[in-house]
Every structure is written in structure tokens, then in C-alpha cells.
Design a protein around this ligand. Structure first.
Ligand SMILES: *[C@@H]1O[C@H](CO)[C@@H](O)[C@H](O)[C@H]1NC(C)=O
Ligand SMILES: *[C@@H]1O[C@H](CO)[C@@H](O)[C@H](O)[C@H]1NC(C)=O
Length: 344
């Protein structure tokens, strides 16, 4: 039996020798999340924040009692820890640790605050809302980074409209953008994200000011697949600013050029400077809002990297979880029979 387990482990290790390094491309979704000053920002209401009071303990004693009696009647009084783990874990989901306390909040936000995905329907009728973007266009999609930060700083123009020539120059250095790719445009604006006034460039006429894609560059990206005979083309475009358009845009032409062709957008991206130019995968997980024009999103890049400690890491985290449940198992073993004895 032991030999079989070791064999299985070896097979798993041989099958996955490369473990990716993960890079977080989302900002934490809270009141400080980079957001257009024109939109409803994220806000949170604390509903409950309890710590270690008598009520919590009583609830848990009752859960333990229920769990024990259920298991014991089903299994002729044999103590089966796996059932206890399941039964105890379920009601505790959402609690922040059964012993140390628990919390619950509600939140309110624009679909377009913080790191988020723009669904094509945001600027084009009869295109995908956020819940209809096909999963193949969200999960482990190849990415490329087009760094235009130098051109922007040389231009000395806050509302710099990125021209097609920047994209063509990138392809002449790095090759044609692959089919089905996500294109990340790095403007360098992410470095200002800690200061919303600077990041948005909001002026006294309540207009934003920051660089973005020209209408021509957005059209070039959205029609890239058709020009190269690619069946899918560019599936999405992400930026480290509030908008795929320039900040002072009034007609949102880059939005329209891409979204009318079912190319989605990603805005307020973090850590674009941590990505290589090519050869990485990105998983995009927007909240599945029915009919949503966009949604807050968790966006994560995978960089290929050789790593040999994979199985060790997995075992370590499983070990921690078991240890955390051990006190409850012991308590269940003691308290359950005691309560049964009192009842009978
Ligand atoms: C950048 O533009 C501003 C005006 O918008 C000007 O005062 C400044 O001299 C320019 N800097 C350079 C390096 O051209
Ligand atoms: C936005 O800023 C650019 C650069 O200063 C300018 O050329 C353009 O006219 C502005 N657009 C609007 C709508 O004000």
C-alpha cells in the first residue's frame, strides 16, 4: 500500500516538473483600490465582527454535539473523524476561525471600480455581457506585454494616444502577437496608483487625464486576427490605467473599436512591470454578474519556472489544515459522549 502511494507521488511529480510562478495583477478590492473619481467607489459595511465570546462557543458546542450524534447513529457509535471534519467545516464557512472569531460584511461598488473586466456590452450592443464571455477566453490565455512607458514619458503629454506605430515596432522586435492572446499595454501609470489624484489626473473641470490607446491602435488590436488569418484573434486588452481610452476622451473610441468586436478590456491592472514580454499565461476571473457591463476581477499571471519542491509545498499546507481541526476532533470525542450521557 505504502509502495503504491510512493509510486503515485512519483508519477505526479514526473508529470508536472514545472511549477509556475504566480503574479497577482489585481489590486486589493477595498476603499483604496484605484478607481475613476467619477464612479461609485467600493464601500464596505461591517455586519458582524465577533471574537471568542460565549455565543460563539455555545454555537460550536451545539455543532459538535449534532455532528457527534449524527455520526454515532449512522455508524454504530464508531468515531469517524472524516465525517466530523466535513460536518464541522460546513457551518463554519465564512467564520474567520471558529475559536478566534468571525466576521461578515456587505459591499457596494460600481462594476468598473478597482481592478475589473470591461465586458464588450459596456460599449457595444449585441455583444457579450460579463457572464457570457466564454471561459476559454478567460482561463490560462497566453499574454504579451507591450511596454509604451518610454514613448509616453518622451512625449511629455498626459493624454498621450498610443499610436499604431508603437504596436508595429513591438511586433518587429518580438514577432507577431499569437492567436487568442491577451495584450497588456504598460504605460507606467501603475506607479501612481497609490495617489488617486495623480493616477486619474482629475482636473478642475472634473476630467481625467492619462494616456490610453488611440482609436487606430485599438482598431489595429481588435482586427489583428482577421489580418493574420487567425481564427480567434486578440481576446482582450489590459491597461495599468483607469481606461483603455485616453483620460480626456469624450467619445470612448478605443472602447468602441474593441468591444464592438467582442474583445474585452481589463483596467486598473497591478504589477505589469513584473511580467516578461511574452511566454506567460493569464487567468481572468471576473465576478459572474448576470448581464453585467463589467465586474471586479481577480487576474493572475503564470510565469513558467522550474521548481522541484512542489509536492513538499502541497503536503505542508494540507498538514496545517489538519492541525487546525485537531482540537475540534478531540473536543468532539469528549463533549459528544458527555452530552449524550446527560440526555440519556
Ligand atoms: C513638457 O510640457 C510642459 C508643458 O506642458 C513644458 O512646460 C515642459 O517644458 C515640457 N518638458 C519637456 C522636457 O519638453
Ligand atoms: C485631450 O488631450 C489631447 C492632448 O492634450 C488633446 O489633443 C485633445 O484635444 C484633448 N481632447 C479633448 C476631448 O479635450
Amino acid at each position: 500500500m505504502m509502495a503504491l502511494h510512493v509510486l503515485a507521488l512519483l508519477v505526479v511529480m514526473a508529470a508536472s516538473p514545472v511549477v509556475p510562478r504566480l503574479v497577482e495583477l489585481s489590486y486589493t478590492y477595498n476603499v483604496d483600490a484605484p478607481t475613476s473619481p467619477k464612479l461609485r467607489p467600493f464601500s464596505m459595511t461591517v455586519l458582524k465582527k465577533g471574537t471568542n465570546d460565549l455565543g460563539i462557543w455555545l454555537v460550536h458546542l451545539l455543532l459538535l454535539y449534532d455532528a457527534y450524534t449524527y455520526v454515532s447513529s449512522e455508524h454504530l457509535y464508531t468515531f469517524t473523524p472524516t465525517h466530523h471534519v466535513t460536518l464541522l467545516s460546513l457551518p463554519c464557512r465564512g467564520c474567520r476561525g471558529a475559536v478566534t472569531g468571525w466576521s461578515s460584511t456587505s459591499f457596494c461598488t460600481s462594476e468598473h471600480s478597482g481592478t475589473h473586466v470591461d465586458a464588450p456590452v459596456h460599449f457595444a450592443r449585441d455583444t457579450w455581457p460579463i457572464n457570457e464571455i466564454p471561459l476559454e477566453r478567460l482561463w490560462r490565455v497566453p499574454g504579451v506585454v507591450i511596454d509604451v512607458s518610454q514613448a509616453i514619458s518622451e512625449a511629455n503629454e498626459t493624454n498621450f494616444a498610443i499610436p499604431v506605430s508603437e504596436l508595429e515596432a513591438w511586433e518587429s522586435r518580438h514577432g507577431v502577437i499569437p492567436d487568442g492572446a491577451l495584450v497588456f499595454i504598460r504605460t507606467g501609470w501603475g506607479a501612481k496608483s497609490h495617489d488617486l489624484a495623480e493616477y486619474s489626473g482629475i482636473d478642475n473641470q472634473r476630467r481625467n487625464n492619462f494616456p490610453g490607446l488611440s482609436k487606430e491602435a485599438a482598431t489595429w488590436l481588435a482586427t489583428h486576427g482577421a489580418r493574420h488569418g487567425h481564427p480567434t484573434g486578440v481576446v482582450g486588452v489590459g491597461v495599468d490605467t483607469i481606461s483603455v481610452d485616453v483620460g480626456n476622451s469624450t467619445h470612448y473610441e478605443a472602447h468602441q473599436a474593441m468591444y464592438s468586436r467582442n474583445v474585452y478590456g481589463m483596467e486598473n491592472l497591478a504589477n505589469l512591470d513584473q511580467l516578461p514580454t511574452t511566454n506567460f499565461l493569464v487567468t481572468v476571473m471576473p465576478m459572474r454578474i448576470g448581464g453585467g457591463s463589467g465586474a471586479p476581477a481577480r487576474i493572475i499571471a503564470e510565469l513558467p519556472e522550474k521548481h522541484t519542491g512542489a509536492s513538499h509545498l502541497i503536503q505542508a499546507s494540507e498538514g496545517t489544515r489538519m492541525n487546525a481541526e485537531l482540537p475540534f476532533l478531540l473536543m468532539a470525542a469528549v463533549v459528544g459522549p458527555l452530552l449524550r450521557h446527560l440526555r440519556d
